[in-house]
Design a binder for this molecule. Structure first.
Ligand SMILES: [Zn+2]
Ligand SMILES: [Zn+2]
Length: 340
């Protein structure tokens, strides 16, 4: 089969011919990949920053995968050959305390398709039956592949703070990229805040408008703009999908008293005097992907037409061009490669 291999850090992915992966346990499933989303985490992996998450080349990247079941082990009972499925990327054992609490992403035996084991930038991928979410009728796998990571990450983060998005409050989305453009819709879907979307890129600001943001702002001067918009109060909720030093400073700078700053994008360093946090009773929280049920719920919302995914599709052969465009900030929404 065709696959895009991370052979070594800081170099383009190599398009190689590999054997089709075999099932090694009876609870496994082989999926023919119809779509694989391309994520900033793939860039981090190529840059050698994802070893804490288990990356060790050679490795097939690709963690936002969807396709059709092509082979099943003897113990598999919930899916059959031909079923359209999304692949929940974290491996979860189902037996540890974290799994039994529903926090699959904190599983004691954590693994991650496309980071610690071979992923979906290939024609086939093997995963556990537990990782699959069956798609509702009428939903094409390639069209929803980004939900496997971008979708659940957005959902997990928004659902965690949805009770704070009361009428009369303001929620700010910093960064309307692959994850942010989904989160923007989820804040509207799960909460009642006025939604402010912030992005330095004009195409992404237009997308935010199309997706129903109440106010769309450029990143330049955004702290003052949000203060002005809220009568000086600031935003009760700030969701940061960028995570740079700059957005950390902006996010904290625009936060209202008793507000919550929620971090999804990462890379910068959060720096705030504790006296300032205590004095204004502010909270800073972080989010790591989401649970299997988060993904199942995202798929239900999508199936009912309540979520729009902005995607562009490319053949697997174009993966290095797509990664370069993502690095340069030229993708609007999510790019999906089609290995099949
Ligand atoms: Zn990702
Ligand atoms: Zn577990």
């Amino acid at each position: 089969m065709k696959a895009a291999l991370l052979r070594e850090y800081h170099s383009p992915l190599e398009l190689v011919e590999r054997p089709i992966p075999e099932l090694t346990r009876p609870d496994q499933v082989r999926v023919e990949v119809e779509g694989a989303g391309v994520c900033a985490t793939d860039l981090h992996a190529i840059e050698g920053l994802m070893e804490p998450a288990g990356v060790s080349p050679p490795l097939v990247l690709g963690h936002e995968n969807a396709g059709r079941v092509e082979a099943v082990g003897d113990l598999v009972s919930t899916v059959a050959v031909g079923d359209p499925v999304l692949l929940y990327p974290p491996y979860s054992c189902g037996l540890c305390v974290a799994c039994r609490r529903g926090n699959d992403m904190h599983c004691d035996r954590h693994a991650f398709t496309g980071l610690s084991v071979d992923g979906g930038f290939a024609e086939y991928v093997v995963v556990d039956e537990r990782s699959l979410v069956k798609l509702p009728p009428g939903v094409e796998p390639a069209a929803v592949a980004p939900h496997a990571d971008a979708g659940i990450t957005a959902y997990h983060a928004v659902r965690k703070v949805a009770h704070l998005a009361a009428p009369g409050t303001t929620a700010v989305i910093l960064g309307v990229g692959g994850v942010g453009h989904i989160a923007l819709q989820l804040v509207r879907e799960l909460g009642s805040s006025a939604v402010v979307a912030v992005d330095p890129n004009e195409r992404r600001r237009r997308l935010a408008e199309e997706l129903g943001a109440d106010t769309v702002l450029d990143s330049a001067g955004v702290v003052d703009a949000v203060r002005e918009l809220t009568g000086g109060r600031g935003a009760e909720l700030v969701l940061d999908f960028v995570g740079s030093d700059r957005t950390h400073a902006d996010g904290l700078g625009m936060l209202a008293r008793a507000g919550t700053y929620s971090i999804v994008g990462y890379g910068g360093t959060l720096s705030i005097p504790s006296a300032a946090m205590v004095g204004s009773e502010q909270a800073a929280i972080a989010n790591l992907v989401g649970s299997w049920t988060d993904l199942w719920e995202v798929v239900q919302l999508h199936g009912r037409g309540r979520l729009t995914l902005r995607t562009e599709t490319h053949p697997l052969d174009a993966i290095n061009d797509v990664l370069a465009r993502l690095r340069d900030g030229e993708i609007t929404g999510r790019a999906v490669v089609l290995p099949g």
